[in-house]
Design a binder for this molecule. Structure first.
Ligand SMILES: Nc1ncnc2c1ncn2[C@@H]1O[C@H](COP(=O)(O)OP(=O)(O)O)[C@@H](O)[C@H]1O
Ligand SMILES: [Mg+2]
Length: 250
């Protein structure tokens, strides 16, 4: 039997408040994401993608609505409760890799395990070595991040996002800072790791080519969901991005 969705948004709204100024950014966003899906979120600059991802990752709270992680409401937990859910169930990849320069590649990849205790870290080391090998960094384990190319650094960040065996990985423009060839390598890695491990991925991207290779595309415009396309491979037959554009009322 299929369990609850890995994540489900129910009527999520977000208003930023700065002093007297209120900026509404997201409006009544609802969708579930099932285990194993690879979802792309697309939309113009300032449309609310990062805000949405931060809310899904419990890094920020919605002003209204709920976020359920594996069936449990999580967005209204206190800071400690949300940190625990993040540590145990979520992985993150950002546009900038945020590797720690004074630690080795292997240590960086293991960093999320460290937060779960040294026994856990020791138990995961063989798996992380193997994963770094898989992504072509087997000979860089003892290097510092500064000795790696941008693409290689982001590959370490992808491996690191899987360190705690998360139910869900959230990636905010993970290829946005890379040249197109390195971006392609990083994207292909995420796609194949998600297939092999069954890990759910939600990725914000500016790149339509990558979005078309996702199982599903969620398009945001001005804080509203404009289009949902479902089904792996559907993207290849009917381009949901261009479909969305041609269906758009404006
Ligand atoms: N902390 C904040 N305070 C006030 N406004 C913000 C804040 N963060 C983002 N915004 C505004 O919210 C809107 C959506 O931003 P964002 O989620 O970063 O969009 P995207 O990632 O799609 O470019 C933008 O208009 C941005 O200026
Ligand atoms: Mg953004």
């Amino acid at each position: 039997m299929r369990g609850p969705p890995v994540i489900e948004l129910r009527g999520v709204g977000k208003v930023y408040r700065t002093g007297e100024v209120e900026t509404p950014v997201l409006f009544d966003i609802s969708f579930p994401v099932q285990r194993g899906e690879f979802v792309a979120i697309v939309g113009g600059s300032g449309s609310g993608k990062t805000t949405l991802l931060n809310i899904m990752g419990l890094l920020d709270r919605p002003t209204s609505g709920q976020v359920l992680i594996e069936g449990e409401e999580a967005s209204h937990l206190d800071e400690l409760g949300r940190a625990q859910v993040r540590r145990e169930r979520l992985g993150f990849i950002f546009q900038f890799h945020y590797l720690l320069p004074e630690f080795t590649v292997l240590e960086n990849a293991l960093m999320p395990c460290r937060m779960k205790g040294s026994d856990f870290e020791a138990a995961q080391e063989a798996r992380m070595r193997q994963l770094l090998h898989t992504v072509g960094l087997g000979d860089k384990l003892r290097n510092r991040p500064g000795q790696l190319s941008g693409g290689q650094q982001q590959r370490v960040a992808v491996v690191r996002s899987l360190a705690n065996s998360p139910a869900l990985v959230l990636a905010d423009e993970p290829t946005g800072n890379l040249d197109s060839r390195s971006g392609r390598v990083v994207f292909d890695l995420m796609r194949s790791l998600s297939r092999e491990s069954g890990t759910t991925f939600i990725m914000v991207t500016h790149d339509d080519d990558f979005a078309l290779e996702a199982d599903r595309v969620i398009r945001i415009k001005d804080g509203h969901i404009q289009h949902l396309a479902t089904g792996a491979g559907v993207a290849k037959a009917t381009n949901p991005l261009r479909l969305a554009a041609s269906n758009s009322p404006v």
